[in-house]
Write a new protein. Structure first.
Lengths: 285, 220
């Protein structure tokens, strides 16, 4: 299945792109509206790009009032990405989303590099969220953590149903002439092709550590890239930065992936999941 | 209706320091003057936003200034190469004006040839930093040209419907003098269609995405 990476597509501005996905994931919503960071917010680098949007969003009330009814019309299953600055923010959002039938799953954004982090650990936040909702709950983690496998095991124990891997990593770009940071907030989240090997390693390790279903992402721009994420252990893949340069990417990557699978005699994407693990797919512990 | 197509470059002409890149039109709608297109910059990760300069039969032409890696790559395209073009995007100029006057600065002249054609060749005041840059004024009929240190705002007559495009200080100065001017702004963009939230600028006191709220905004 092909998702968008949260924050990389506005389905209401580009419904034709969202309809080409199997699942649409919203931009991260927080309890209160956020204007986001001051410009400059993006910078292209040699092998990727930086962004420092800063979780710009209208807040949960406006999501319910304005956007959710329209998003439900799209037809694609809807995942809502939630973020906050304390475990109680995540819990509040999950409680509010729990009885919304149009929401198929909740993704906990535990790893935005562009805002202050909650003081609690990822597993404490998952635990707080789990208490408030019966919905499918995915934890989105940063590849920057040295103990990523431990974190993955901890969020699994705390009640997460799956993992979203990976978020962007903090990066810096300097102006050619002035040598000053190009982004208004100085650092930003690095994404694009340069992130791919790092993301693949995260998927590979977390799949082996937990056996959980994983939505894999990080520099996927072709069907071949998607196949590699499946082989590393992802059950589904998501498109992020590639959507900026190619809004037709969902259909193209889908066709290319089908060709890749067929050329290897694989009948479905599921058959490719975990192929990179020499001992075969790991059973769920 | 916006769409993305791979189009063949038919010409790349020097206009002073600028490059006028002509591509086959294909199935792309030229849109309204002031709207923009995302142009693939060969070898770069992200496309670059460019307003349409001319729309001759069967072609689209973009005027650009090589100021960074993306625009340098675009300014170096050669006839026969193909690049992806996505558009038209954003909001263009409102054309139901009684007494139009085009006011431009530097590469801000880019959308004016097409705009002038659609408005029937209204007067224009164009400012440039040198005589070499001012060669681009030849693309715009009825243009009065000033070169720094003279500024376009020194010549601005009253009683016109001003449509302006140029550097931010020029747009701010025009807005001071002509509160109801239509101003075409610029911001770095990754996507051009509202996906990336990268092009936020402050409009009416709040940050908004220029690609969907603009790039042409009414002053006030």
């Amino acid at each position: 299945m092909i998702f968008n990476a949260s924050g990389c597509l506005d389905a209401l501005e580009a419904p034709e792109v969202a309809r080409a996905l199997d699942v649409f994931v919203t931009k991260t919503v927080t309890p209160q509206p956020r204007e986001g960071n001051r410009p400059v917010r993006i910078a292209e680098t040699e092998a990727g790009m930086l962004n420092s949007i800063g979780l710009e969003n209208p807040g949960i009330e406006a999501l319910f009032a304005d956007k959710l009814p329209q998003l439900a019309q799209l037809g694609a299953p809807l995942w809502v990405s939630v973020g906050g600055f304390a475990a109680s923010d995540y819990a509040e959002l999950c409680a509010a989303l729990d009885d919304r039938p149009e929401v198929a799953a909740i993704e906990l954004n535990l790893s935005c590099p562009n805002v202050e982090e909650a003081p609690e650990s990822a597993s404490e936040i998952v635990h707080a969220a789990r208490r408030e909702t019966r919905k499918t709950l995915y934890a989105k983690l940063s590849p920057a953590a040295a103990d990523l496998q431990d974190t993955a095991r901890a969020v699994q124990a705390a009640g997460a149903d799956g993992l979203t891997l990976v978020n962007t990593m903090r990066g810096l770009a300097l102006d050619d002439t002035t040598l000053q940071p190009r982004l208004g907030r100085e650092t930003g989240g690095y994404s694009g092709p340069g992130l791919k090997p790092i993301a693949l390693a995260a998927v590979y390790q977390c799949y082996r550590a937990t056996g959980m279903p994983i939505v894999g992402m990080g520099g996927i721009s072709t069907g071949r890239d998607a196949l590699e994420f499946l082989a590393a252990g992802a059950a589904s893949i998501a498109l992020g930065t590639i959507l900026f340069s190619d809004p037709d990417a969902p259909g193209r990557v889908r066709r290319e992936l089908a060709d890749e699978l067929a050329s290897r005699g694989l009948s479905t994407a599921e058959a490719a999941t975990g192929l990179a693990h020499s001992q075969g797919p790991v059973s769920v512990a | 209706m916006r769409r993305r197509s791979r189009l063949r470059v038919v010409a790349n002409e020097a206009v002073g320091p600028y490059a006028l890149v002509r591509v086959e039109r294909g199935d792309i709608d030229p849109g309204i003057p002031g709207q923009f297109f995302m142009l693939e910059a060969p070898g770069r990760l992200l496309p670059r936003p460019m307003s349409l300069c001319e729309a001759p039969a069967g072609e689209l032409a973009f005027l650009l200034e090589a100021i960074g890696p993306g625009t340098r790559a675009l300014a170096a395209v050669e006839p026969g190469e193909e690049i992806h073009v996505f558009g038209p995007l954003g909001n263009g100029f409102r054309l139901d004006v009684e007494k139009p006057l085009l006011v431009g600065g530097g590469i801000g002249v880019a959308p004016f040839p097409y705009l002038s054609q659609q408005l029937g060749g209204p007067p224009a005041i164009l400012g440039f930093r040198s005589d070499w840059h001012a060669e681009a004024a030849a693309l715009v009929p009825n243009a009065q040209v000033v070169v720094e240190p003279t500024l376009v705002t020194e010549l601005l007559p009253k009683g016109h419907d001003v449509l302006a495009c140029g550097p931010e200080p020029m747009l701010e100065a025009v807005r001071e003098l002509v509160p109801d001017a239509q101003l075409a702004w610029e911001a770095p963009m990754a996507c051009g269609y509202g996906a990336c939230y990268g092009c936020a600028v402050e409009i009416d006191g709040v940050l908004q995405r220029l690609c969907v709220a603009g790039p042409v905004l009414e002053a006030a």
